[in-house]
Write a protein that binds this ligand. Structure first.
Ligand code: HEC
Length: 231
């Protein structure tokens, strides 16, 4: 009893501060560790290290040791484009012209988006009104594509979609840049250009010998294999 009383008597405010300070220093020294990535002592490690596997980590449960799994063969993820049913052949082109229709409603929003995309991906060849007089044609670097409102004024939308998907002669495939709905939006915009009438490219004589000579060379640069890869 006497001992206890003595102990409390000695525990003044200053000694208490020294005592707590000492505990702090000891904790810091014990808690420190050479290895920067070592968390030190882990109290209840289950809380930090859950049993689930992190994405991109190794996984001993699978033969290929990948945690990320591939989609089951033959399945299509929700909201992902359906495979394109028309092959990259003349028959596929003709069939698309007859059977393929836009699934999108013709809304002002789709039209505006189609115009925006056209001005990014197509305008430099096809020209602002689709008459085949884009900037690289005007520069003499590329033979003029046919005008949408001239030779192509009755082109069905399915053929347009096929061409944007696979490319056609000098025009390359745009499947990797534009997902299917974007292609349909551009087509809605092209349909407004088809109604304009007129044909700058064929009316003017810029399709000189030089341009026509360039055509087969440029076509050879876009090998059929590269196009066939796209969907
Ligand atoms: C590098 C220049 C170039 C670019 C870029 C380009 N085109 Fe073309 N496009 C052409 C040429 C050349 C043709 C003519 C192809 C042929 O019939 O020989 C063509 C043809 C077309 C046709 C008619 C296809 C048919 O079935 O006869 C459509 C529709 C078309 N392009 C749409 C587009 C759209 C949409 C874009 C943008 C996403 C685009 N093009 C980008 C050069 C281009």
């Amino acid at each position: 009893m006497k001992f206890r009383i003595n102990l409390f008597a000695k525990l003044t405010k200053t000694s208490l501060i020294y005592f707590l300070f000492g505990i702090g220093i000891v904790t810091m020294i014990v808690g420190c560790n050479d290895a920067a990535n070592n968390p030190g002592y882990e109290f209840m490690p289950d809380m930090y290290r859950g049993p689930s596997y992190k994405q991109n980590s190794r996984n001993p449960n699978f033969k290929d040791s990948l945690t990320n799994r591939r989609p089951v063969t033959g399945t299509i993820a929700r909201d992902q484009a359906m495979p394109f049913a028309f092959p990259n052949t003349n028959e596929g082109y003709e069939a698309a012209g007859k059977e393929l229709m836009s699934p999108l409603a013709k809304t002002p929003e789709n039209l505006a988006e189609g115009k925006r995309l056209f001005e990014i991906f197509c305008i430099h060849c096809h020209g602002p009104e689709g008459k085949g007089n884009g900037s690289i044609v005007a520069n003499g670097k590329f033979p003029p594509p046919p005008s949408y409102s001239g030779p192509l004024k009755d082109l069905p939308e399915g053929k347009m979609f096929w061409t944007i998907t696979y490319g056609k002669n000098l025009m390359g495939s745009h499947a990797s840049q534009l997902e299917q709905n974007d292609r349909w939006k551009i087509i809605q915009y092209i349909q407004t250009l088809q109604k304009l009438g007129g044909d700058v490219a064929s009316a003017d004589s810029t399709a000189s010998k030089k341009d026509t000579a360039m055509a087969p060379k440029m076509a050879a640069k876009a090998p059929a294999k590269a196009r066939a890869k796209t969907k």
